[in-house]
Design a protein around this ligand. Sequence first.
Ligand code: SF4
Ligand code: F3S
Length: 106
Amino acid sequence: TFVVVENCIKCKYTDCVEVCPVDCFHEGPNFLVIDPEECIDCTLCEPECPAEAIFAEDDIPEGQEHFLELNAELAQNWPVLTQKKDAPDDADEWNGKPDKLKLLEK
Ligand code: SF4
Ligand code: F3S
Protein backbone atom coordinates (compact mmCIF):
# COMPACT_ATOMS: atom_id res chain seq x y z
CA THR A 1 0.00 0.00 0.00
CA PHE A 2 0.89 3.64 -0.29
CA VAL A 3 0.72 5.88 2.76
CA VAL A 4 0.07 9.59 3.35
CA VAL A 5 2.56 11.02 5.85
CA GLU A 6 2.91 14.07 8.07
CA ASN A 7 3.59 16.76 5.49
CA CYS A 8 0.04 16.49 4.12
CA ILE A 9 -1.30 17.91 7.39
CA LYS A 10 -2.59 21.46 6.82
CA CYS A 11 -1.48 21.31 3.15
CA LYS A 12 -4.10 18.92 1.75
CA TYR A 13 -3.60 19.85 -1.88
CA THR A 14 -5.80 16.92 -3.01
CA ASP A 15 -4.08 16.49 -6.40
CA CYS A 16 -3.61 12.89 -5.31
CA VAL A 17 -7.27 11.93 -5.36
CA GLU A 18 -7.79 12.62 -9.04
CA VAL A 19 -5.43 9.93 -10.26
CA CYS A 20 -6.41 7.09 -7.95
CA PRO A 21 -8.14 4.39 -10.02
CA VAL A 22 -9.77 2.78 -7.00
CA ASP A 23 -10.90 5.87 -5.04
CA CYS A 24 -9.12 4.96 -1.85
CA PHE A 25 -8.40 8.43 -0.48
CA HIS A 26 -10.42 9.47 2.55
CA GLU A 27 -10.70 13.07 3.72
CA GLY A 28 -10.51 14.50 7.21
CA PRO A 29 -10.57 18.14 8.34
CA ASN A 30 -6.92 18.88 7.52
CA PHE A 31 -5.39 15.61 6.25
CA LEU A 32 -6.03 12.83 3.77
CA VAL A 33 -5.35 9.14 4.18
CA ILE A 34 -5.18 6.08 1.95
CA ASP A 35 -7.21 2.99 2.80
CA PRO A 36 -4.59 0.21 2.73
CA GLU A 37 -7.32 -2.36 2.12
CA GLU A 38 -8.20 -0.68 -1.17
CA CYS A 39 -4.86 0.61 -2.52
CA ILE A 40 -3.61 -1.49 -5.45
CA ASP A 41 -0.08 -0.05 -5.46
CA CYS A 42 -0.50 1.56 -8.86
CA THR A 43 2.01 4.30 -7.82
CA LEU A 44 0.13 7.05 -9.70
CA CYS A 45 -0.55 9.28 -6.69
CA GLU A 46 3.01 9.54 -5.39
CA PRO A 47 4.36 12.01 -7.99
CA GLU A 48 1.16 14.08 -7.94
CA CYS A 49 1.55 15.36 -4.38
CA PRO A 50 3.08 18.88 -4.32
CA ALA A 51 4.02 18.29 -0.69
CA GLU A 52 5.75 14.96 -1.38
CA ALA A 53 3.65 13.41 1.35
CA ILE A 54 2.92 10.04 -0.28
CA PHE A 55 5.24 7.06 0.04
CA ALA A 56 5.20 3.37 -0.62
CA GLU A 57 4.84 1.39 2.58
CA ASP A 58 8.43 0.18 2.40
CA ASP A 59 9.73 3.66 1.74
CA ILE A 60 8.16 5.69 4.55
CA PRO A 61 10.58 8.29 5.97
CA GLU A 62 12.27 7.30 9.21
CA GLY A 63 10.18 8.07 12.26
CA GLN A 64 6.93 8.21 10.32
CA GLU A 65 6.30 4.48 10.06
CA HIS A 66 3.32 4.85 12.39
CA PHE A 67 1.47 6.70 9.65
CA LEU A 68 0.66 3.32 8.08
CA GLU A 69 -1.44 2.44 11.11
CA LEU A 70 -2.89 5.96 11.23
CA ASN A 71 -3.97 5.79 7.56
CA ALA A 72 -5.67 2.44 8.17
CA GLU A 73 -7.47 3.72 11.26
CA LEU A 74 -8.67 7.06 9.90
CA ALA A 75 -9.76 5.59 6.56
CA GLN A 76 -12.44 3.73 8.51
CA ASN A 77 -13.89 6.97 9.86
CA TRP A 78 -13.52 9.48 7.06
CA PRO A 79 -15.47 9.76 3.77
CA VAL A 80 -13.96 9.04 0.36
CA LEU A 81 -12.79 12.04 -1.67
CA THR A 82 -12.51 11.61 -5.44
CA GLN A 83 -12.43 15.18 -6.76
CA LYS A 84 -9.77 17.78 -6.24
CA LYS A 85 -10.81 20.75 -4.15
CA ASP A 86 -9.08 24.01 -3.24
CA ALA A 87 -6.23 23.64 -0.79
CA PRO A 88 -6.33 25.75 2.40
CA ASP A 89 -5.29 29.38 1.75
CA ASP A 90 -2.19 28.93 3.88
CA ALA A 91 -1.24 25.51 2.49
CA ASP A 92 2.00 26.75 0.97
CA GLU A 93 3.09 28.24 4.30
CA TRP A 94 2.66 24.88 6.01
CA ASN A 95 4.41 22.87 3.31
CA GLY A 96 7.61 21.50 4.82
CA LYS A 97 6.99 22.66 8.39
CA PRO A 98 8.09 20.10 11.00
CA ASP A 99 6.03 18.64 13.86
CA LYS A 100 2.61 18.95 12.28
CA LEU A 101 1.28 15.73 13.77
CA LYS A 102 0.03 17.57 16.86
CA LEU A 103 -2.11 19.74 14.57
CA LEU A 104 -3.92 16.77 13.03
CA GLU A 105 -7.67 17.14 13.41
CA LYS A 106 -9.72 13.97 13.60
FE1 SF4 B 1 -4.61 5.00 -5.27
FE2 SF4 B 1 -2.64 3.99 -6.73
FE3 SF4 B 1 -2.10 5.80 -4.86
FE4 SF4 B 1 -2.83 3.36 -4.15
S1 SF4 B 1 -0.95 3.90 -5.23
S2 SF4 B 1 -3.61 5.28 -3.29
S3 SF4 B 1 -4.28 2.82 -5.76
S4 SF4 B 1 -3.31 6.14 -6.72
FE1 F3S C 1 -2.12 15.57 0.94
FE2 F3S C 1 -0.48 15.62 -1.08
FE3 F3S C 1 -2.83 14.59 -1.41
S1 F3S C 1 -0.74 17.22 0.43
S2 F3S C 1 -4.09 15.76 -0.03
S3 F3S C 1 -1.27 13.83 -0.06
S4 F3S C 1 -1.77 15.86 -2.85
